[in-house]
Design a binder for this molecule. Structure first.
Ligand code: ADP
Length: 570
């Protein structure tokens, strides 16, 4: 029915986001050429991220200050921890590099690939660094040289900020469409091979030609004066990196890389100045800890981003599925409602056409009856056309027609339509219509459909009754505190108590060929008119359907509510 479809359209409306944008398209979705708001390398940092970054740095500075008084305390036997430290750094940097490669394959950004190479290079150099440590593997009889260790440490320390600077300088070029032309896996394989060869070459020189290396160490614990150039150069590179990132800062990744460089700065200051140039004391270990923290920052951010994205994806898939199911249900309900509304006049046309044919076949001409049947056929045809027109109007979503109307007159029109069929089915139709009924405002075609549907249901319900008169009793009355009540009572079998609510649900029907849509749409129509529709038991047999409508001025008895839906007639 016409008004009955409105809520369905509303549920189609639920396929919209709360801000009115179509479902399935995020309101913040970028233009296809704009930056992706979900990628770490393009999304701007949130306020929470900025706070977290600031708080993390403040904590590290505080930790540095606390370390200073105890930094030169010597530790004994802590060398054995070095392999564990190296393995941790190696794994963290390798994982970070891998996740950045995944980001590269999505965003196709050369800058992200460069950064990934930086992490890979730094991670790979950890292996020769730990292998050449004299404190660790010398007792196992493996050749080691502290100069090799120092050189590898220097290369690691100086190369990483160079990669970060390269990232900062090239990242804006990516948005100008300078995308890789070759296949992404091939680029990744080639780049990985290049970085691994570079790291291998550095390690080979450092391990195989220790005599050709600069003199960074006096002995296994104390650094030579030349070493001091390394942290100074590293600090300069970190500062250049920080400035480059700061002036081009746009994304979360930029923010966290700045935090990484700050942490590396703290690590360097600790290792070089706070420890007094001595290895393996408390300050040196604190510096190593900062190094591990700094290596882990981007990894943690990437992992948390991946988890958040996965959760968002799961939520979005879930809501997409719900929307699809709701769309399907809506389509199903809509097509059922159209069939329901068209079937009523069609059935009536068939009955009248059959009756007309029978009268034509009779020997004595029954012109008047045939004329009456043809008139009813024409009227039903118009009704069917009205339904189709109404559905079309609904789709246009323009305001539903509401006119002042005399409900008694409307009821009489409907009853007139049913009288002939009632007579043929042995049903008596009685009407007690209140002569002082106020005018109502509504859609005449919709209200006719409702009353017609209630009468059709009453007639069908009494189809099996043979032990008592089949009576449909229609009443209208003015409610005490304004508003109109219309009731349709029958003497059928009534409605089982546990079905009283369910009969208003879509597709609930006890009839073999029933669609179970009529009462649902009837209730929707009445509610869209500001009224109520409910059912009670008739005494001693049958059911009574009640509907209320506001007066023409919109007023309705205020205490007509859900309680009365299931209770007595108001
Ligand atoms: P349909 O007529 O296609 O079954 P409706 O929504 O109009 O769909 O009715 C739903 C169900 O409500 C019917 O199948 C029937 O079981 C019950 N019903 C409706 N009107 C009456 C009535 N007057 N007496 C008994 N049962 C009724």
């Amino acid at each position: 029915m016409l008004g009955g479809i409105t809520p369905l359209l509303c549920s189609w409306g639920c396929a919209l986001n709360s801000d009115g944008t179509p479902h399935g398209r995020d309101a913040r979705m970028p233009d296809s050429r704009g930056p992706d708001p979900f990628l770490l390398s393009t999304a701007p940092p949130s306020r929470a991220e900025k706070w977290l970054a600031g708080a993390g740095l403040a904590t590290l500075v505080l930790a540095l200050l606390i370390t200073i008084p105890y930094a030169r305390l010597r530790t004994t036997g802590t060398e054995v921890l070095l392999p564990a430290y190296a393995v941790a750094v190696f794994l963290v940097e390798l994982l970070t590099s891998t996740l950045l490669l995944a980001l590269f394959s999505v965003q196709k950004s050369w800058a992200v690939l460069t950064l990934s190479s930086g992490y890979l290079f730094s991670g790979l150099l950890v292996i020769p660094w730990v292998v050449t440590l004299p404190d660790v593997f010398a007792p196992l009889g493996m050749g080691s040289n502290i100069e090799s260790t120092a050189t590898l440490a220097a290369v690691r320390r100086l190369s990483f900020p160079l990669f970060v600077i390269a990232y900062a300088l090239t990242k804006d070029r990516d948005s100008t469409g300078d995308e890789p032309q070759r296949s992404i896996p091939m680029i990744i394989v080639r780049r990985t091979a290049l970085i691994a060869s570079l790291a291998g070459a550095v390690a080979w020189v450092a391990i195989v030609h220790p005599d050709k290396l600069p003199k960074f160490m006096i002995d296994n614990r104390n650094v030579a004066p030349l070493w001091h150039a390394v942290p100074i150069a590293a600090i300069c590179l970190y500062l250049i990196g920080l400035v480059s990132l700061w002036v081009r800062r746009r994304s979360s990744l930029d923010l966290w890389l700045m935090v990484v460089l700050c942490t590396l700065l703290i690590e360097n200051i600790t290792l070089t100045y706070v420890t007094g140039g001595t290895r393996l004391n408390l300050g040196w270990w604190a510096g190593r800890l900062y190094g591990l923290v700094s290596a882990s920052i981007v990894l943690l951010v990437l992992l948390s981003e991946a988890t958040t994205l996965q959760a968002r994806l799961a939520r979005s898939v879930h809501s997409e599925r719900l929307a699809r199911e709701s769309r399907l249900t809506t389509m199903e309900a809509l097509s059922a409602s159209i069939a329901h509304e068209i079937n009523q006049p069609l059935a009536s046309i068939v009955i009248n056409a059959g009756a007309g044919l029978r009268w034509l076949d009779q020997e004595v001409s029954q012109t008047e009856e045939v004329r009456a049947a043809l008139e009813r056929i024409a009227r039903d045809g118009h009704r069917a056309r009205d339904v189709v027109d109404g559905i079309r109007r609904l789709f246009r979503r323009d305001a539903q027609e509401r006119v002042p109307l005399d409900l008694n007159h409307l009821i009489e029109d409907v009853l007139q339509h049913w009288r002939e069929e009632a007579r043929m089915a042995g049903v008596t139709i009685r009407a007690d219509l209140d002569a002082k009924l106020p005018r109502a405002t509504g859609n005449p075609s919709q209200l006719q459909q409702v009353i017609s549907n209630l009468i059709a249901n009453a007639g069908e319900a009494m189809g099996t009754i043979s032990d008592r008169p089949r009576v449909v009793h229609v009443t209208s009355k003015r409610l005490k505190s304004r508003g109109i009540l219309v009731s349709v009572a029958d003497t059928g079998p009534g409605i089982e108590p546990n079905f009283k609510d369910r009969i208003f649900e879509p597709f609930f029907s006890t009839k073999p060929d029933g669609m179970g849509m009529g009462l649902m749409f009837s209730r929707s129509i009445i509610e869209s008119h500001g009224g109520k529709l409910w059912v009670t038991d008739n005494v001693p047999h049958g059911a009574v359907f009640h509907l209320t409508l506001p007066n023409g001025d919109g007023s309705l008895e205020p205490n007509v509510g859900p309680l009365q839906r299931h209770g007595t007639i108001p």
